[in-house]
Design a protein around this ligand. Structure first.
Ligand SMILES: Nc1ncnc2c1ncn2[C@@H]1O[C@H](COP(=O)(O)OP(=O)(O)OP(=O)(O)O)[C@@H](O)[C@H]1O
Ligand SMILES: [Mg+2]
Length: 419
């Protein structure tokens, strides 16, 4: 499997990325918490409007907001030196004074580097999830792969019968393969048909603390997706968009509403097909997804954790077959012998993870108790292999893996996600 073996993805780096991502999620949740605590405060003050400085004359400047209105504002002496037409201005809520300056949006944009051309993850790398992957492929491939598109158009002769493409929502507990599946779509089409981009955006990166910028961010993301088409545009943590929605009577609420409207506009009719962009949203908390956004989502796919001991073994074998495994516990296909797996299973089987989610509007309810996720299994094999190599051992032994499974079993007294 390419992701593990290619030099760009050494295991440690992979784990490190995961860690960074989790840290950012924690950071984000902490910010969210603070935001709720300060909600009343914030609603009173409004967000800080930001605009382009068009002209500076003495201690006054002409600042134009993204909405189009321009204001004559005063420049306090302490920031006088920093104010120029090269930077953007942050205004006071009354829009009378410049309180700070920031880099131009164009230069500030961090989105560009996240476009990945034909990622090296393929359908064969997705273990289990046959039904889910089939649903995803059916919704996406005809938009991005010209051959699949041609086959479709050959069978459906009346173009009015060609169903309108829509966005997709993947939901499920963390680490079950949502991002991975979306990536595999771009990777496989890239390998089979034509170079395909994978553009991943975390929703909370779009929600800006600067007034008027959230919608601009959305525009920029979609523009980038079109420019690098064919593209799988993966919008992760999509619940953040719904969470950010507040009373539409304040500037801040209007900003979020503006952002949402921009997304809905971007997803308007014909978008996917005409632009060769397929939009996939993902979340652990589907019940928080905004209703208006949900209306634009054509297909909702639940991505479950492995449900049976056999499914867990299949995943573990898949990852074990990617490393040098102690021959005394290895079966002829490079996976674990039944006895070795039984030891592992005994260690973790009483672990209880619970995932509950519902999308009442679509009649979807999910309640799942499970033991491990594919991410857990992959991490353990990777960690055991890197420990073994560090200790100059020839292969991964059960002595390396079992303690890691024990840790996993003891570290959390059962996690519970309810959405
Ligand atoms: N079905 C699977 N088959 C093989 N490997 C998988 C599978 N699901 C996940 N993995 C492995 O676990 C890693 C994490 O999965 P992924 O990032 O797709 O989880 P996710 O569902 O997007 O989680 P989150 O909700 O936290 O974003 C992947 O990089 C992949 O290596
Ligand atoms: Mg993910």
């Amino acid at each position: 499997m390419a992701e593990q073996n290619s030099p760009e993805y050494p295991p440690a780096l992979d784990l490190e990325r995961e860690l960074t991502r989790k840290e950012r999620q924690i950071e984000y949740l902490q910010t969210e918490l603070r935001r709720y605590h300060n909600l009343m405060e914030e609603l009173k003050q409004g967000m800080r409007p930001i605009g382009t400085i068009e002209e500076v004359t003495g201690d006054m400047a002409l600042v134009r907001l993204s909405g189009g209105q321009a204001f004559q504002v005063s420049i306090p002496p302490e920031i006088r030196e920093k104010v120029s037409t090269e930077v953007d201005a942050v205004l006071s809520p009354t829009k009378g004074v410049i309180v700070d300056v920031i880099d131009r949006l164009r230069e500030r944009s961090l989105l560009e580097y996240q476009v990945e051309k034909s990622p090296k993850v393929f359908y064969e790398d997705v273990v289990g999830l046959e039904k889910e992957l089939h649903g995803l492929r059916q919704a996406v491939e005809w938009i991005l792969d010209p051959q699949v598109r041609a086959r479709r158009e050959a069978i459906i002769r009346d173009p009015r019968m060609l169903e309108e493409a829509g966005s997709i929502l993947l939901f499920g507990p963390p680490g079950t393969g949502k991002t991975y599946m979306a990536k595999a779509v771009a990777g496989t089409i890239g390998q089979r048909a034509q170079e395909t981009s994978f553009l991943k955006i975390e929703s909370y990166e779009i929600v800006s603390k600067w007034l008027g910028e959230s919608a601009k961010n959305v525009k920029e993301v979609f523009k980038l997706a079109r420019e690098s088409a064919p593209t799988v545009l993966f919008i992760d943590e999509a619940d953040a968009i719904g969470r950010a929605r507040m009373e539409a009577t304040t500037d801040a609420g209007r900003d979020v509403q503006g952002m949402l409207n921009q997304i809905l506009t971007e997803l308007g009719e014909g978008f996917h097909v005409n632009r060769n962009v397929s939009v996939i949203f993902a979340t652990n908390y589907p019940s928080v997804i905004d209703q208006a956004l949900l209306d634009r989502i054509k297909r909702i796919i639940y991505v479950p954790p492995p449900r049976t001991m056999e499914e867990v073994k299949r995943l573990l074998d898949f990852y074990c077959s990617k490393v040098e495994l102690d021959p005394s516990v290895s079966n002829y296909r490079g996976g674990l012998t039944d006895e070795a797996f039984a030891d592992i299973w005994r260690t973790i089987r009483s672990r209880k993870q619970l995932y509950e989610a519902s999308i009442p509007e679509r009649g979807i309810t999910v309640r799942e108790q499970y033991v491990v996720t594919p991410r857990d299994l992959k991490n353990i094999v990777q960690e055991a292999a890197s420990e073994a190599s560090f200790a100059s051992e020839r292969w991964v032994t059960m002595d390396r893996m079992l303690p890691l499974f024990k840790n996993l079993a003891s570290e959390d007294r059962g996690s519970r996600i309810v959405s």
